[in-house]
Design a protein around this ligand. Structure first.
Ligand SMILES: [Zn+2]
Ligand SMILES: [Zn+2]
Length: 282
């Protein structure tokens, strides 16, 4: 489901899509994972039980209409989330947030260390093409790295770990990929929304992104700036023993497969997580 877009951004941007683009999966009755081109967003809320739900991340730029359509398909005409929670501020996770807010006028929550990138005060370092051989990594310097400005709507997540409008959920600081990266965890059924702390597709490889080949990986390499912190974050998530994980890229993973892969990632982080070289490696 490739959308024709005419923004300046698209002119310098290679067509990015995957076989899963435009497809949603109800991972659990109240967890709906939707793939927008190459990135996942999640609706948390059970449409059969309540009208209340929260949107985690906001997909690629220029996807607002597609996202609103997806939301209305699941929660009914005119439905809008109670809030948006951002795992971090990279362009593929905040791409449509400003446009969505024009209509929705709802609060957005993010970690305090991510706020400078969401209020126009700071830009991310550019993507590093040298971390991996994949085409997506080579393309990464062309990705937008500028911070956005949603200062009118963005709020710092509560310091006690709770998440407004998401009872039973806690946010967990999982820095490394970005300074204020968070993951979301629900202990009662051990459901994890990991963001880009780890992903289930080798995001550097265009072929694997397009085919959504399942393969556990550390955070997308071209963007990650603090590898020691990224490793600590993966270890932190592994100790939670998640039963289901929805990651920022790739298909959801669960059960024994998830446990095995996550343990493997922790034990082999230097081989499969951390790049051998690159400007953010040392
Ligand atoms: Zn990211
Ligand atoms: Zn991402």
């Amino acid at each position: 489901m490739q959308h024709n877009q005419d923004s300046k951004f698209e002119e310098t941007f290679l067509p990015m899509t995957s076989i899963g683009s435009g497809v949603g999966i109800a991972v659990l009755p109240d967890i709906y994972c939707y793939t927008d081109q190459i990135v996942n967003l999640v609706l948390v809320g059970n449409p059969n039980e309540s009208e209340d739900f929260v949107l985690i991340d906001t997909g690629m730029p220029k996807s607002a209409d597609e996202i609103k359509e997806m939301v209305e398909e699941r929660f009914g005409e005119g439905a809008k989330p109670k809030a948006i929670v951002l795992t971090h501020g990279h362009f593929d996770h905040v791409g449509s947030v400003a446009e969505l807010l024009e209509e929705w006028k709802i609060p957005v929550y993010a970690h305090e260390l991510e706020i400078p990138y969401l209020t126009g005060q700071q830009d991310y370092p550019p993507g590093d093409p040298n971390v991996a051989s994949g085409l997506v990594a080579k393309m990464s310097p062309m990705f937008p790295n500028h911070g956005i400005d949603i200062s009118a709507n963005v709020h710092v997540l509560p310091a006690d770990g709770t998440i407004p409008n998401m009872p039973n959920w806690m946010w967990i600081h999982t820095p490394g990929h970005t300074p204020g990266h968070i993951s979301l965890f629900r202990e009662q059924d051990r459901t994890l929304i990991a963001g880009d702390a780890f992903v289930t597709v080798k995001q550097e490889s265009l072929y694997k992104v397009m085919t959504q080949t399942q393969e556990i990986s550390g955070p997308p390499k071209y963007y990650t700036t603090d590898w020691d912190a990224a490793f600590e974050s993966v270890k932190k998530l592994e100790t939670l023993k998640p039963q289901v994980a929805v990651t920022g890229h790739g298909l959801p993973m669960s059960g024994g497969e998830l446990a095995e892969n996550l343990t493997y990632l922790v034990e082999h982080f230097d081989e499969i997580g951390r790049p051998d070289s690159g400007k953010y490696v040392n």
